[in-house]
Design a protein around this ligand. Structure first.
Ligand code: SAH
Length: 346
């Protein structure tokens, strides 16, 4: 049986080449074809001899993702539907702005969490994505970015489908490949991992010393409210999450982005704001108020602008950092929490 060559690390590839009687640097060339140039077949590897390509063909296969189709939003955001080898589909999003081109990538097929306001949560978690499937999204977004904007991808957010910390080993390995100079060579400071908050895994990630940024989906600093809208979080008390976030800060020195949506009648009162202020006074962080993207559930209605401004005012009065993230790609269901495979071929 031929093996998936992309399951091998560079050093594994190098030892394989040694057993073939090939030079070590050939392994690096192959690695670059796989992880930098997005080669979909050994025949593309033009700096290798024909006989070496044939040897590789006999021992390995490459199964890259391919874009099924994409949709382009009025604001330039592009949503891709990607086919996986087993018939599953995932989504990735390119968000071009004048200053940066950000790729939003998925970590799982579906999601096992149950955030009531999120479209992806309505899907079952089918499986974790492999390292190759995660890296491929980045490589293909980079290609797309160059094609549409003439510039490379500059930033990555792990904010697509799935909970990245529940696919820990593959996500970490993918980040290592994306940042490696033999891969895409992207700076880890330009990668943000967003989590719903799994304390043990946040600590583990801090120990991993990847130098990436962390975002935490808080949405309410009042435990009962948070548990209502994110039922799985009863298993992860806010106190434990706070400890984990403090550990993260001590280990990495990197402040945490708190993602926060304000909904009408759910978390739009002074009491909610005060709880957030208290949270931020303990956790070195900045608040990112995310515009809510409707998924058609009447229980979740975006708060009035005035309520959102109340948040901004009170946070600023307490010398805390807050920004408002306007939504992008809403017209094509490519915005946060809208990735659900709800798509039609044009
Ligand atoms: N599982 C990870 C990453 C995916 S979600 C996490 O929960 O952080 C990325 C962000 O979008 C999270 O902050 C999530 O809470 C938020 N989100 C989910 N549904 C949304 C919606 N309908 N509108 C706006 N943001 C949403």
């Amino acid at each position: 049986m031929r093996k998936d060559i992309r399951l091998l690390s560079l050093s594994q590839l190098e030892s394989h080449f040694e057993t073939l009687g090939e030079k070590k640097f050939r392994a690096k060339q192959v690695y670059q074809w796989l992880w930098q140039k997005n080669a979909h077949g050994f025949s593309e590897m033009s700096n290798l001899s024909l006989s070496l390509r044939e040897k590789l063909e006999e021992a390995f296969h490459i199964s890259p993702l391919n874009v099924d189709f994409y949709q382009r939003s009025e604001d330039g955001t592009i949503k891709n539907i990607l086919n996986l080898f087993d018939g599953n589909k995932i989504e990735s999003v390119l968000i071009p702005t004048p200053k940066r081109n950000t790729g939003c990538i998925s970590s799982q097929v579906g999601c096992s969490l149950d955030c009531l306001f999120c479209a992806t949560a309505k899907l079952k978690r089918m499986r974790n994505l492999s390292t190759g499937e995660i890296v491929d999204q980045v490589v293909s977004l980079d290609k797309q970015s160059r094609q549409f904007t003439g510039k490379p991808l500059t930033n990555i957010v792990l904010m697509g489908m799935g909970e990245p910390l529940l696919n820990y080993p593959n996500v970490v390995e993918a980040i290592e490949k994306i940042t490696s100079p033999s891969g895409l060579g992207l700076s880890p400071r330009r990668i943000t991992l967003s989590t719903s908050g799994i304390p043990k895994m946040i600590e583990k990630l801090a120990d991993q010393n990847l130098r990436i940024k962390l975002a935490f989906s808080l949405h309410s600093a009042i435990e009962v409210t948070r548990n209502k809208i994110m039922p799985f979080s009863v298993k992860f008390p806010l106190e434990e999450i706070k400890e984990a976030l403090l550990y993260w800060y001590q280990k990495t020195g990197s402040i945490i982005t708190l993602e926060y949506v304000v909904w009408k009648g759910i978390n739009d009162t002074e009491k909610d704001i005060d709880a957030l202020v208290d949270f931020c006074k303990i956790i070195p962080s900045k608040v990112n108020l995310i515009q809510y993207n409707s998924i058609g559930d009447p229980d979740f209605i975006p708060a009035e602008e005035e309520k959102i401004q109340n948040y901004v005012k009170k946070l600023e009065r307490n010398n805390l950092t807050v920004s408002i993230r306007r939504s992008r790609g809403q017209d094509i269901d490519a915005a946060c929490g809208q990735l659900s495979g709800k798509t039609q071929k044009e």
